[in-house]
Ligand binder design. Structure first.
Ligand SMILES: Nc1ncnc2c1ncn2[C@@H]1O[C@H](COP(=O)(O)OP(=O)(O)OP(=O)(O)O)[C@@H](O)[C@H]1O
Ligand SMILES: Nc1ncnc2c1ncn2[C@@H]1O[C@H](COP(=O)(O)OP(=O)(O)OP(=O)(O)O)[C@@H](O)[C@H]1O
Ligand SMILES: [Mg+2]
Ligand SMILES: [Mg+2]
Lengths: 256, 256
């Protein structure tokens, strides 16, 4: 039985997509079978893995609204063991269309139910919002990874996100847990980054991943080649950090 | 008659709020009377100027939904000549509440109409989405500044944003112009940053501001003190860049 993990934070640009792509690729490298679900209309996870979203006919939009078999929307990637259900710009309209559906919060959960049997990990990349698609993602997920950029504005949004998670856990998805807080774009030379790191560790202690993702330009270059950093530059710090994260995640979940 | 300018880009973390706060403060420093409208439920522009959003009773939410006189929601800031209508977490719910309103796209335009007479510039900080509040902001605006982070994913979203602007211009706001593309977090040492810079200049030529905002840690430290960078560290590169931007904007608009 696979585990469904949402990558969520309504603060923009904190590393949700970068973590989704590179954690998924690292898990596949460690012989896990992994599916990415791109639940962001920007479709960055799809294009960051070389999928041309203008050419894909079936994606998450069709799974949510046309009720197609989700297995028909799964695409291969350049990484063995890593698959993706791509996004599409149309997804912007999906939220309005889903508003009047019955059980509108649980649509994605039903879509992913048959896929849980097939994959070890399903990672859902969320958009920078707490709208209906993100609520669907948190309702479908077993747990959530919260990427936190080591900056002031990123700290501010955490309490709002935790509030939303608490509401979803009480009303829609009692199983929802926090997989962990992940510090991203960390630059040890900056006082602010160290301050944010200390703050998060103090507040959330064991809920913070030991692995910290450091700022590394290879992580921002890789998507322009349609590759995870593991393929683009396996020796880079960015690559090592994400493999460490994958090992930490597997170890944490084996224990249970 | 003042000018209303929206800061918009659905890509997260590209510098919308940082530009709003520091461009507004720089315009005020150059003797302009400026109002910020915080149209993002994250309320980063409000907290970045020292406003405690948990304590403010009146803000943009009340202007849009309770139809209060917007002048009663205007707060002073630490900068002479700079005022703000703060945001509030409740704004997340506003989009759903506005869906069934008549002229739901033009609500903010009506709210801001009396304020145009009072201020030289009104800057609207948008959230990382193309939802109803951002549509309201683009419908109320005379022009839009598009902050573009010098990264690959930031390039990808531009065509979608330009599409949305075109639709709004044809259906809701024929006056809407692009004030300019603003390159943010530029680090001249990075090949990727220079590549994105060349791409944008090639595609959009004169529509790109001459001023480029460089990556500068003072810009990300300042909001934790509730100050624009002009007050926090006036000698910093971040401060100089935003004053240059303000001068360029004033010059461009004087000519007309
Ligand atoms: N550790 C890192 N080092 C350097 N650059 C990074 C790192 N992590 C992410 N980036 C870059 O920072 C930008 C923001 O990251 P990303 O797009 O993954 O964030 P996001 O949270 O998914 O954004 P959005 O809120 O728009 O969905 C991207 O251009 C990405 O390439
Ligand atoms: N030129 C810069 N140099 C260094 N840091 C910067 C710069 N511009 C912005 N930042 C920092 O980068 C982060 C993202 O910027 P900001 O929050 O302004 O973007 P945004 O587009 O408003 O994000 P959102 O999409 O969440 O609204 C912030 O933590 C900010 O302090
Ligand atoms: Mg993303
Ligand atoms: Mg912002």
């Amino acid at each position: 039985m696979g585990k469904i993990i949402a990558l969520a934070n309504q603060k923009g640009g904190v590393g949700k997509t970068t973590t989704t792509i590179n954690l998924a690729a690292s898990l596949a490298f460690l012989k896990q079978k992994v599916l990415i679900v791109d639940a962001d209309p920007q479709a960055n996870a799809s294009s960051g893995l070389g999928i041309d979203v203008r050419k894909t006919e079936l994606g998450i939009y069709q799974c949510l609204l046309d009720k197609i078999d989700p297995k028909t929307a799964v695409c291969k990637t350049q990484v063995d063991g890593l698959y993706i259900i791509p996004s599409h710009i149309d997804l912007v309209g999906a939220e309005l269309e889903m508003i009047n559906m019955e059980n509108r919060d649980k649509v994605l959960r039903e879509v992913l139910r048959p896929l849980k049997e097939v994959y070890d990990y399903v990672l859902i990349d969320c958009s920078p919002s707490l709208g209906l698609i993100t609520v669907n993602s948190l309702t479908a997920a077993d747990s959530v990874i919260i990427p936190v950029q080591c900056e002031y504005f990123a700290l501010e949004g955490i309490s709002k996100l935790l509030n939303t998670i608490k509401i979803i856990k009480s009303k829609l998805n009692p199983e929802l847990e926090i997989e962990g807080f992940l510090l991203t774009m960390f630059d040890a030379r900056l006082r602010l980054a160290n301050q944010v790191y200390q703050d998060i560790k103090k507040h959330f202690e064991t809920m913070v991943f030991n692995t910290v993702i450091q700022r590394n330009v290879k992580l921002s270059e890789a998507p322009s080649y349609g590759q995870p950093v593991l393929l683009y530059d396996p020796e880079s710090k960015g690559s090592q950090n994400h493999v460490d994260l994958a090992r930490e995640l597997i170890k944490k979940n084996k224990v249970k």
